[in-house]
Design a protein around this ligand. Structure first.
Ligand SMILES: [Zn+2]
Length: 514
């Protein structure tokens, strides 16, 4: 069996998805889960992009021990310096440096001749090798590059010391056969290519990201880049869970394996979906809600008689479990804490105490507290670090089919003062949001509003995701509560608070740049 490395870029390419912005705590939580999942490399961000990015990458490099942590860098010394500062404490510091190699990018974006591009690439790899034990070099827009030119530049950066060569399909244009051919061409035409590892990075604009990645493996790639749930720029990246499970289920054909602990897939998918607000479509392969649901009578009959008649992947393989009751009203603090640890979360005593209070409140209203409920509580409590901005104190909403919906809200601002406002609307949520907008005195535009139930049952928790914009800037927020209106108000305040954090970071950056 050939070993295929999984390079996860959920926190870099995935975070570039429209409307996704993760804070340091959220990124760290995802990184810890990626470590449990067993990815080989975590691309934690773009260190030179912002102070927030830098701090998150540094925290991840200092925390994660069982994966190599990397960061993206342009071919300029200041980017490489910033990356080294952020990554040097990692278990295996690795740089991911790139430059575009397609005629269209070289001419219009870089305004450089092909010779200048080669020279810059070689220089940046040489410079990076002074610090980093492992340097990965990427040819941006490789798939629309001139092949002999691509071979030349790859040979030169290998000479300069690159350890991994990545051939990204940056714009999602290539087909599986053509992509495999590029890898074969490089293998035949580049000196010392056997000394480095070849990597694939695919985008899903034509729905071929996973197929292209698998074609690359067949043609000799030993590393696949992708994201959890396939999130990422535009149509997204190759979904790592699809690549890993395809290699496992069809190991007879591919004769290749990853180090991934497949049973952690579902949990990783849930965490990423919850923190990014990117809901997984029910029909999504491997992790969709319906991926293991047999609907047709003939199929159901077959599965009841013998599972493998229609089921090629067992749900247990990827960690899908039925929502078994775990805790209830009479569960004590110890059971509560143990279950949280089993779910993979580490909380401080203070956090456990605070959460236990909320758990007890919830257990009074809801009979069975499932793992999903606990995770929703944890994410709500632990990762909401914006409590020093606006806080929701209370809401009151009046609704009837024969009356105008009216909402009253009480907020606490950063200085600890109460603000109370009332408003009407065409519906309850609108009335609530109108009242919040009045209280905040900010022209907030609601761009997206989604509601989901956590698990099943009439008493299930409600989880609301919103995306808002203010002065042309966007932020997303989420809120969990037993009532849909309370969850809606929390999500709105969460998004607005995040906006202030982003704004504060920008101000700090501007100050630092002066
Ligand atoms: Zn990409």
């Amino acid at each position: 069996m050939r070993k295929i490395n999984i390079f996860d870029t959920t926190l870099r390419d995935g975070e570039q998805s429209a409307g996704v912005n993760l804070n340091l705590h959220e990124k760290l939580e995802i990184a810890r889960q990626l470590e449990r999942l067993g990815v080989d490399i975590i691309e934690a961000g773009f260190p030179a992009a912002s102070k927030g990015d830098f701090q998150a990458i540094q925290a991840i490099a200092q925390t994660v021990r069982n994966c190599s942590v990397t960061g993206l860098s342009r071919s300029v010394q200041s980017d490489i310096d910033a990356a080294w500062e952020a990554l040097k404490d990692g278990a295996e510091p690795r740089l991911h440096v790139f430059i575009a190699t397609s005629p269209i990018h070289m001419q219009y974006k870089l305004r450089m001749t092909p010779e200048q591009v080669i020279e810059t690439a070689v220089e940046s790899v040489r410079y990076a090798k002074k610090y980093f034990p492992i340097v990965q070099w990427s040819a941006e827009d490789a798939c629309r590059s001139d092949l002999p030119f691509l071979a030349t530049i790859v040979e030169r950066v290998i000479e300069a010391g690159a350890n991994v060569i990545n051939i990204p399909d940056t714009v999602g244009y290539i087909t599986p056969k053509q992509y495999g051919d590029i890898f074969s061409f490089l293998k035949e035409n580049v000196r010392n290519i056997e000394k480095i590892s070849l990597s694939a990075h695919c985008h899903d604009d034509l729905g071929m990201a996973v197929a292209n990645s698998l074609a690359a493996i067949e043609a000799g790639a030993t590393q696949i880049e992708g994201t959890v749930n396939g999130i990422g720029e535009r149509a997204g990246n190759a979904a790592i869970e699809e690549v890993a499970v395809a290699l496992y289920i069809r190991r007879d054909y591919y004769q290749a394996e990853t180090r991934l602990n497949l049973q952690e897939i579902k949990r990783t998918s849930n965490l990423v979906s919850k923190l990014t607000g990117m809901i997984v479509p029910p029909n999504k392969a491997i992790v969709g809600k319906n991926a293991f649901a047999h609907e047709s009578g003939i199929h159901q009959d077959g599965v009841l008689k013998e599972k493998t008649t229609y089921e090629i992947i067992s749900p247990q393989l990827v960690g899908v479990q039925s929502n078994a009751m775990v805790l209830g009203k009479h569960s004590g603090r110890h059971a509560f804490r143990t279950r949280i640890q089993e779910l993979g979360y580490s909380l401080t005593d203070e956090e456990v105490n605070r959460l236990f209070g909320r758990f007890k409140d919830l257990a009074d209203k809801k009979k069975d507290i499932t793992d999903d409920d606990l995770i929703a509580l944890i994410l709500d409590e632990k990762l909401d670090t914006y409590k020093n901005f606006y806080q929701l104190c209370s809401i009151q909403v009046q609704y009837g089919t024969n009356q105008i919906p009216t909402a009253v809200v009480v907020l606490k601002n950063g200085e600890g003062n109460d603000i109370q406002e009332a408003a009407t609307g065409a519906g309850s949520v609108e009335a609530l949001y109108n009242a919040l907008e009045k209280a905040l005195q900010l022209p907030v535009t609601l761009l997206d509003y989604r509601i989901e139930s956590v698990g099943s049952g009439r008493d299930a928790l409600a989880q609301v995701y919103v995306k808002v914009s203010l002065d042309g800037k966007e932020a997303s927020g989420r809120g969990t509560a037993q009532d849909v209106l309370e969850a809606s108000a929390k999500a709105y305040i969460h998004a607005v608070n995040r906006m202030f954090v982003i704004e504060k970071m920008r101000e700090e950056q501007a100050l630092a740049a002066q």
